[in-house]
Design a protein around this ligand. Structure first.
Ligand SMILES: [Zn+2]
Length: 418
């Protein structure tokens, strides 16, 4: 596995995220089908009340307050089916929706029922996150047709699922105890068991089987499933992670050594090799660096914990937990990020620098870095190197977590082969 999930609480964390991704897919399928039906329903209703044929469409109205005859009828119905139509500040989320597509893309109707902002670019159910989908289902009162549980109650199976998923998203560290995990699974299973529709909706039936086996440890997880879950988790934080499998990494030549988490030092390096503006180039570069580190330097694995390409992709090296081989004297108490390229005279791209920032935030959130971690350039610890390049080093010196390493603070101790 790429990351360590050795303890029970870490495995629980992973299981909860897999369960969350599983139920997200089910609800996305449900919402996709049911919002298509919702569109058909309101068009039939408009036909029977106003005689506007279903075949008539509009793709020109774009403002919810000035509408053609047809669109104004649709607006009225979107309002009527909004659960919070009476509350003054709530109601449809017009900022999310593209009104010109109401007659061709039923997902644009679903978006009127999602949280007020953040969904404008989500063109389909598959692109929409759990919060958006559960919001659309819950806020559109017409969806009550597919639930036995009374969704007009403040606490119901949808709001409960929404709340536990939000709690999971805000969990610090990667540890979840058994009690919390079981109650999380119970909550998701309650939703999947609802007898009106989900109980016999095939994707929900499959998801239920999967969740029950997962909860009871009867489902061995493949490396692919673990990678997939981690990548989604990173994506939530705005990071595109390239797994070791994806860059065709050779396995480590020695058993991994793990650091005690969280660590409080981060070192920034540059590779002085190719810059890598695409994953294709990045994969070749990662193989090249790993070859140098393993076969020429004689190390167990690629030395860096992470490598950042100029397109902002983050390549998994040794990951958060494993002792790396990057900054002599500091390897067992720090995490390294290496930017691909040479940054003596130029800076990495904004994409690459933003990826570092997002990775540092995630590191704190996952409990891998202390909140007050210290950021250093490679040369702070090893003055004989130019890494990470003068220009990038100047930039790092301005970072709020930057701290120089004073002389003699750390006693130099040669590392064993790592
Ligand atoms: Zn119109």
């Amino acid at each position: 596995m790429e990351e360590k999930f050795r303890t029970k609480v870490e495995q629980n964390w992973l299981k909860c995220w897999i369960a969350k991704d599983t139920i997200s897919e089910v609800l996305a399928e449900l919402a996709d089908i049911r919002f298509k039906a919702f569109y058909t329903h309101i068009r039939n209703d408009i036909y029977s009340n106003h005689g506007i044929l279903q075949a008539e469409t509009c793709s020109t109205c774009s403002d919810p307050s000035t509408q053609c005859n047809l669109c104004s009828k649709i607006v009225t119905r979107i309002w009527n089916y909004h659960r919070f139509k009476k509350a003054r500040l709530r109601g449809p989320s017009w900022k999310n929706t593209d009104i010109t597509k109401w007659c061709t893309e039923s997902w644009e109707l679903a978006k009127c029922y999602m949280p007020p902002t953040g969904y404008k670019e989500k063109a389909s159910a598959g692109e929409t996150d759990f919060n958006g989908i559960i919001g659309a289902i819950y806020n559109c009162s017409w969806m009550q047709n597919y639930f036995t549980d009374d969704l007009s109650q403040e606490t119901n199976i949808c709001t409960k699922a929404r709340d536990v998923v939000n709690e999971l998203r805000h969990t610090n560290g990667m540890n979840i105890d058994d009690r919390v995990m079981f109650s999380f699974f119970d909550c998701l299973l309650n939703l999947l068991n609802d007898t009106a529709y989900l109980n016999s909706f095939q994707p929900a039936v499959d998801a239920r089987t999967c969740l029950i086996r997962l909860q009871l440890d009867k489902m061995p997880l493949t490396e692919m499933e673990v990678n997939d879950t981690l990548q989604k988790r990173y994506k939530d934080e705005g990071l595109v992670l390239v797994s070791r499998t994806e860059w065709y990494a050779q396995s480590s030549k020695e058993a991994a050594q793990y650091m005690t988490m969280p660590v409080s030092h981060v070192f920034i390096h540059h590779t002085t090799m190719n810059e890598c503006f695409s994953q294709e180039k990045g994969v070749i570069e990662m193989r090249k660096i790993q070859h140098i580190h393993q076969d020429l330097n004689g190390w167990a694995d690629i030395g860096y914990n992470f490598v950042i390409g100029q397109d902002g992709k983050v390549y998994m090296g040794r990951g958060w937990d494993r002792v790396g081989a990057h900054t002599l004297g500091w390897n067992n108490k720090s995490i390294s990020f290496a930017f691909t390229g040479n940054f003596t005279e130029t800076l990495p791209t904004d994409d690459a620098l933003n990826a570092l920032e997002a990775a540092l935030v995630l590191g704190v959130k996952l409990g891998k870095l202390t909140p007050d971690f210290k950021l250093h350039g490679h040369r702070d610890a090893r003055p004989e190197t130019k890494s990470p390049g003068q220009k990038l080093y100047n930039q790092i010196c301005k970072h709020k977590h930057y701290e120089p390493i004073g002389p003699n603070i750390e006693t130099f101790s040669p590392q064993s082969r790592v």
